[in-house]
Design a protein around this ligand. Structure first.
Ligand SMILES: Cc1cc2nc3c(=O)[nH]c(=O)nc-3n(C[C@H](O)[C@H](O)[C@H](O)COP(=O)(O)OP(=O)(O)OC[C@H]3O[C@@H](n4cnc5c(N)ncnc54)[C@H](O)[C@@H]3O)c2cc1C
Length: 487
């Protein structure tokens, strides 16, 4: 198959998928105004790989000569991890904005399961074969692959029982073609993607009972499967002037409540089934690779914060003030803190159980947490540096009104900055910091790679604590003792 073009991608979405948005059933996702901007972004990403000056950064060649996206080749060396970073940076540079769930940030979840092949082999060798097949297939067919982990959970006492056999997604039937599943998942980008890795992530599967078995399944689901319903949230940029809302009119990644109404998953797409052990494994390793691509986006967001703050204070000369320089320094510290974690995670990368090269897990998860936890303070600081004009500046149509234009020339022009250019900078800043879209993005980042408590759990579980214990034992003259486990 090889690399897909933007045109092929757009056409591939017209597969009869059932998509609903704003009270309407969508005929063709690629042409619908709510989806078109982000479909165009993804199509541009596909086309970029064919451009001579970008191809070496965005593609690589498999041993048999097949050219595939750089983002879709599982990392086997530190150089591969560095190339993945280059891929993300090249794409974001070209797009002039940030997109998260566009394939590269979710593909790593399959590599996490690929790492468990030995375990899958013990359960059923077909599952290990299936995961190898899908890791290879997604690259060779250049599929837009996303992730479905979170069920809308509601009442926690009804997860495994009650109406329809429980609220969590589960298998309701097995037949010679495959498994039939029922349930729901939240999933960004599902409506304009090709396939998703669907899996459970909540609960302590290690302490599970047999009644949890139908819920312990993981599979690849085609986004056009019969019975699958995409119920999407309203778009945030639709109807706005792109000059006034330059980010939300282009980069709104629509989220979906995905309903699995008795969806047949063919056996070749089943990655595990009735396996509590596999559910536990994927829950604890799901972001082993993808947290890298995700945190790279947070780094880019930090770059935008610095750029916005700098350009705003430089217009007016406020950048000369020591107090303002200190605030810019805090933004730089934040940016370089994320950068340091990502750089060190590659330098100190580790061989995975499946033989791949994974970013150093402790440095990666602490970097993700550092980026996530400090973002609100950094956004606040940037808002403070931009000043109240972020919120009160009239839009482009008003600025251009001939009757009042003179007032903008009088009160908005500063040095070489025309009112129009100051407006452009402020509209960009507003869409990243103050619009409905900005609020949505903050919530997305808070939850999209699991909620903060789960991210802290990843930090806790991936840090080797024994050296610290041993240091204190030796310094204080203590003997090794078993921890109390009764809480
Ligand atoms: C914009 C957006 C996009 C998303 N995209 C995707 C996607 O593409 N794929 C996907 O699978 N999911 C996606 N999600 C879902 C996301 O992963 C979940 O929102 C997240 O995992 C939290 O689950 P929940 O919303 O059900 O909250 P709940 O599980 O109800 O938790 C709410 C809060 O309760 C507290 N809490 C709950 N349980 C515990 C506990 N055990 N210990 C301590 N505190 C606890 C925490 O404060 C937690 O934040 C998306 C969410 C958003 C907001």
């Amino acid at each position: 198959m090889g690399l897909m073009t933007g045109k092929q991608y757009r056409e591939s979405l017209n597969d009869g998928r059932e998509v609903y948005i704003d009270g309407e059933k969508v005929k063709n996702v690629a042409d619908h105004p709510a989806f078109k901007p982000i479909v165009d972004v993804k199509a541009r990403m596909y086309d970029m790989a064919f451009e001579k000056e970008l191809a070496d950064k965005l593609t690589t060649t498999l041993p048999d000569g097949e050219v595939v996206s750089r983002a879709y080749k599982a990392p086997e060396s530190k150089e591969d991890l560095a190339a993945i970073r280059k891929h993300v940076e090249t794409v974001l540079d070209d797009l002039g904005g940030i997109v998260y769930r566009v394939g590269d940030e979710t593909i790593g979840e399959m590599w996490s399961l690929y790492d468990a092949q030995d375990r899958l082999n013990q359960i059923d060798p077909t599952y290990a074969e299936n995961i190898r097949y899908h890791v290879d297939r997604v690259a060779r067919e250049d599929l837009f692959h996303v992730s479905a982990n979170t069920d809308p959970k509601g009442d926690r006492s009804k997860l495994f029982s009650g109406k329809d056999g429980g609220t969590l997604l589960h298998v309701v039937e097995e037949n010679d073609k495959g498994i039939v599943v029922k349930g729901a998942k939240f999933e960004t980008a599902a409506a304009y993607a090709h396939q998703a890795f669907v899996k459970p992530t909540i609960l302590d599967w290690n302490a599970g009972s047999e009644k949890m078995a139908p819920f312990a399944c993981g599979f690849i689901c085609d986004m056009g499967s019969p019975g699958l319903k995409h119920i999407c949230r309203s778009p945030l940029g639709l109807g706005q002037n792109p000059e006034d809302y330059p980010v939300s009119t282009k980069f709104d990644e629509i989220d979906t409540l995905l309903i699995f109404d008795n969806v047949l998953i063919p056996w070749e797409n089943v990655l595990f089934h009735r396996s509590l052990e596999s559910a536990a494994y994927i829950r604890s390793t799901v972001h082993r690779y993808s947290a890298y691509n995700y945190t790279l986006r947070m780094l880019r967001r930090a770059d935008y914060l610095i750029g916005i703050a700098l350009l705003n204070v430089e217009q007016t000369g406020l950048n000369q003030l020591q107090a303002v320089k200190e605030k810019i320094s805090q933004l730089i510290n934040y940016r370089e803190g994320i950068n340091a974690h990502l750089t060190a995670a590659v330098t100190e990368a580790e061989r995975s159980p499946g033989g791949l090269m994974m970013p150093n897990q402790s440095l990666l998860y602490t970097g993700r947490m550092f980026a996530l936890r400090n973002f609100p303070a950094m956004a606040h600081l940037t808002r403070e540096l931009v000043g109240g004009q972020l919120a009160v500046t009239p839009d482009t149509a008003t600025m251009a009104d001939p009757e009042i234009k003179q007032y903008f020339d009088q009160y908005y022009a500063v040095g070489e900055w025309t009112p129009e250019d100051r407006g452009k900078l402020l509209y960009f800043a507003r869409d990243l910091l103050n619009s409905s879209f900005a609020g949505h993005l903050t919530t997305f980042e808070l939850f999209a790679q699991s909620p903060p408590f789960a991210q802290y759990a990843a930090v806790f579980n991936n840090f080797d604590m024994e050296p610290q214990r041993e240091l204190v034992r030796r310094a204080a003259g203590l003997k090794k003792k078993e921890p109390v486990v009764s809480i």
